[in-house]
Design a protein around this ligand. Structure first.
Ligand SMILES: [Zn+2]
Length: 272
């Protein structure tokens, strides 16, 4: 697939990079990335992957834009309030880059639909903000052997890790059990500095681009923790746990489970 003159111009500043070049740009245009969640993480992830020319971007989100989203969810505007995030994201990013395919999915990922959703994608990026979906995505990606880019944030601190099944640890190697329900307040209860979600989202976007291009050292087996108040990054080595219930030597989780139950949440008091 040869690049057109327009593509060479559009992507010239990254084609210039010695490890990218025209061949790297072709890889990006051929790549298919699914972004779960178009919120504080998903917004900057989607914006930069679209700009970079990732050829197919799937964006899954069931929510509508709310006024209190706008301090961090940078791809939405005030007049988008009330509209579905996935659809607004697709429209907005198509204007940024009409060269790529953007597929909005107005839905929630569940044990029933996640395997089919991730099947057609090369890399999955987790931009969701709740534990049931985080464990669901982890288990689904381990079972399907798909790379997953984890990211999470809380108040002034955030973290990211690349999960490459068989090559490194998964999220359950790090946290085998979810925290007891109610022990970790949500963003809605605890607040978050909007710029922090941007930092974490862009670490995830950068790791996604590196994986597609096959350059540098991916964050496999290393959890990066960013503290905005101290303005420092810590990198913690995470070994694969041989007793991990999903990616260990004798896994006990061999198919998807009920993650709301696993996280101790009943459907009725579960708010995404
Ligand atoms: Zn594991």
């Amino acid at each position: 697939m040869a690049l057109t003159d327009d593509q060479i111009e559009r992507y010239s500043r990254q084609i210039l990079l010695p490890t990218v070049g025209g061949k790297g740009q072709e890889k990006l245009l051929a790549a298919k990335v699914l972004i779960a969640g178009a919120g504080g993480l998903g917004s900057p992830i989607a914006a930069y992957l679209a700009g970079a020319g990732v050829g197919t971007l799937g964006i899954v989100d069931s929510d509508a834009v709310e006024l209190n989203n706008l301090h961090r969810q940078i791809i939405f505007s005030t007049d988008d309030i009330g509209r579905k995030k996935a659809e607004v994201a697709a429209e907005r990013l198509s204007r940024v880059n009409p060269d790529i395919k953007i597929k909005p999915y107005v839905m929630r990922l569940t044990s029933e639909n996640v395997m089919e959703m991730i099947r057609d994608y090369d890399i999955i990026v987790d931009g969701t903000d709740n534990f049931p979906t985080r464990y669901l995505m982890n288990d689904a990606c381990v079972l399907a052997k798909k790379p997953l880019i984890h990211g999470a944030f809380f108040r002034f601190e955030g973290q990211a890790m690349v999960i490459k099944p068989r090559e490194g640890p998964c999220y359950r190697c790090l946290f085998s059990e979810p925290p007891p329900p109610g022990s970790v307040p949500s963003c809605q209860e605890a607040g978050v500095l909007g710029a922090l979600s941007g930092v974490i989202g862009l670490i995830q976007a950068t790791e996604t681009l590196k994986l597609i291009l096959g350059i540098g050292e991916p964050l496999v087996g290393k959890l990066i923790i960013f503290n905005a108040l101290e303005m420092n990054f810590r990198r913690v080595k995470v070994p694969r746990d041989p007793n991990c219930p999903v990616c260990g030597d004798h896994p006990t989780v061999t198919k998807l489970i009920d993650y709301e139950w696993f996280c101790g949440l009943k459907k009725s008091d579960y708010v995404e």
